[in-house]
Write a protein that binds this ligand. Structure first.
Ligand SMILES: Cc1cc2nc3c(=O)[nH]c(=O)nc-3n(C[C@H](O)[C@H](O)[C@H](O)COP(=O)(O)OP(=O)(O)OC[C@H]3O[C@@H](n4cnc5c(N)ncnc54)[C@H](O)[C@@H]3O)c2cc1C
Length: 456
């Protein structure tokens, strides 16, 4: 029998889920509390819309600070190739930059939102805009429907695609967390991610506005190193940002919750500490005519020099041959482990993403179905999956939307047999011939309505 599926939230995850649930033969209702679908997507800057990435599964896995193992299956079924094919099918032309980031070739993020709107309308998806889902209805074991506008609406399956807690003005309200918790799910404390980190040290005066393409950043909690990552950093008026910091910011948020967190910056990652120490000793002995500044700019950008006198009290004009052992140690710290202290990660109203969310250990990674309530599915930012810059967060929204939509949309129970689940997903992945992007179902056409003026 054809299944009825309610999707709560018309962001990238909900729209992808709607596509694939409708494609699987379900009658789909897409509930969105905003008067437009994909509001956050529209606000992704045109010139910076990182839709997905050209990397393979291993590359993707390295770019999730949380939840990578959980979404491995989604990434294998809906990776870069499938995403490219999917967007071409939607009519979105893509371009790939030198870093492998894939963006709309023209029209920016609004062109993606428009393409979804057109395709989903054509597929017979019913848009219920300005319709805030208040509750998810169950019989205690399985989903029975949703409550909207104080009315109970029966559904066979419900997909929670409500997004996270970042940017409340664009629709983030934490409703998905509340729904999940009410139904017995654990929610990992949602904290700001993909956000600038403010530091105790006032670096802005010396380094504000400068960026460096390759440093190694280590995170320390109570002086114990937790992890490191190499990549670009940028200094702001009040702290640090750039792709490496943005990737790490969710982790920093969590560590900084109760403990002191420091960021150690290795500004000369191309040389080991031991070798650098040997070279500095040799240069102190042999470099009568050279200043400290002239020597260390062999290793680092000269724009960093003001930090040396301010934070390490070593004048860069001092002759290298005159430095003391203590000063040489200071130079090593400056070059290899320049520590700054985290004040805070900038909060949700400016963060681009959420670290934390619905505990993925309670969700089946092959179907996105709840392990607690039958017929309940999750996708997108509401899950405890945290990706870095480069298109990884939008990609995980699409990939988990693909799995959730396919699973919720099919006629058989997704709990029946997990091997069968996997086969269904393999057979219908967009890369395979079994799915034709244009060949979607027409169920629900009778109920499809113009998204611009429909409320449920
Ligand atoms: C400015 C900005 C730029 C970004 N740029 C990028 C980028 O270039 N690349 C990238 O990978 N990521 C980017 N991101 C992150 C990306 O936007 C998110 O990863 C993505 O939007 C998550 O999709 P989602 O569908 O899970 O959630 P959302 O997009 O947040 O959608 C959830 C939807 O659910 C609706 N909703 C919530 N509760 C209810 C309810 N009770 N009833 C009905 N509807 C409800 C909300 O109104 C919302 O429309 C950016 C984020 C921001 C803020």
């Amino acid at each position: 029998m054809t299944k009825t599926v309610a999707i709560i939230g018309a962001g990238p995850a909900g729209m992808a889920a709607a596509y694939f649930a409708a494609d699987a033969g379900a009658q789909v209702f897409l509930y969105e509390k905003n008067p437009v679908i994909g509001k956050k997507l529209i606000f992704v800057p045109w010139d910076g819309c990182e839709l997905t990435h050209s990397g393979d599964t291993d590359d993707f896995m390295e770019n999730y600070a949380r939840g990578a193992e959980f979404i491995r299956f989604s990434l294998e079924k809906f990776g870069s190739k499938q995403a490219i094919k999917f967007f071409k099918g939607l009519g979105v032309e893509l371009s790939t930059n030198e870093d492998g980031i894939i963006s709309p070739a023209s029209g920016g993020s609004p062109s993606v939102q428009k393409a979804f709107e057109t395709k989903l309308t054509d597929m017979g998806v019913t848009f219920c805009i300005s319709s805030k889902v208040q509750e998810i209805l169950t019989d205690g074991k399985k989903v029975t429907g949703v409550e909207v506008h104080n009315l109970a609406k029966p559904f066979d399956r419900v997909i929670i695609a409500t997004g996270g807690a970042a940017r409340p003005k664009l629709g983030a309200s934490g409703d998905g967390y509340r729904f999940a918790q009410t139904l017995g799910h654990n929610v990992i404390d949602p904290l700001p991610a993909m956000s600038e980190v403010e530091t105790v040290e006032k670096l802005g005066k010396f380094l504000g506005g400068m960026s460096f393409p390759k440093v190694t950043i280590s995170i320390y909690q109570n002086h114990t190193k937790i992890l490191d990552r190499t990549g670009p950093i940028a200094f702001t008026e009040h702290g640090v940002t750039g792709n490496t910091i943005l990737f790490l910011s969710g982790i920093i948020s969590r560590l900084n919750d109760k403990n002191k967190v420091e960021i150690g910056i290795d500004i000369a990652p191309q040389i080991t500490r031991d070798l650098l120490e040997k070279e500095l000793i040799a240069k102190s002995a042999n470099s009568n005519h050279y200043s400290v500044g002239e020597i260390i700019t062999n290793y680092i950008d000269k724009r960093m020099l003001p930090v040396l006198s301010r934070f390490f009290r070593i004048q860069d004009s001092k002759p290298m041959s005159h430095i003391t052992n203590l000063e040489r140690k200071g130079l090593l710290l400056f070059l290899k482990d320049f520590r700054i202290t985290v004040k805070k990660v900038k909060p949700f109203h400016v963060a681009l993403y959420t670290s934390g969310g619905v505990d993925t250990s309670e969700v089946n990674p092959k179907t996105m179905e709840s392990n607690r309530i039958k017929g309940l599915y999750f996708c997108g930012e509401v899950l405890d999956v945290d990706g870095g810059p480069g298109g990884y967060n939008l990609h995980s929204a699409f990939a988990t939307g693909f799995i959730a939509g396919k699973s919720a949309g099919r006629r058989t129970s997704s709990r029946k047999n997990s091997a069968e689940n996997e086969n269904i997903l393999v057979d219908t992945a967009p890369e395979s011939d079994a799915i034709e992007i244009e060949n979607h179902n027409t169920l629900g056409k009778e109920t499809a309505a113009n998204p611009s003026n429909t409320t449920d």
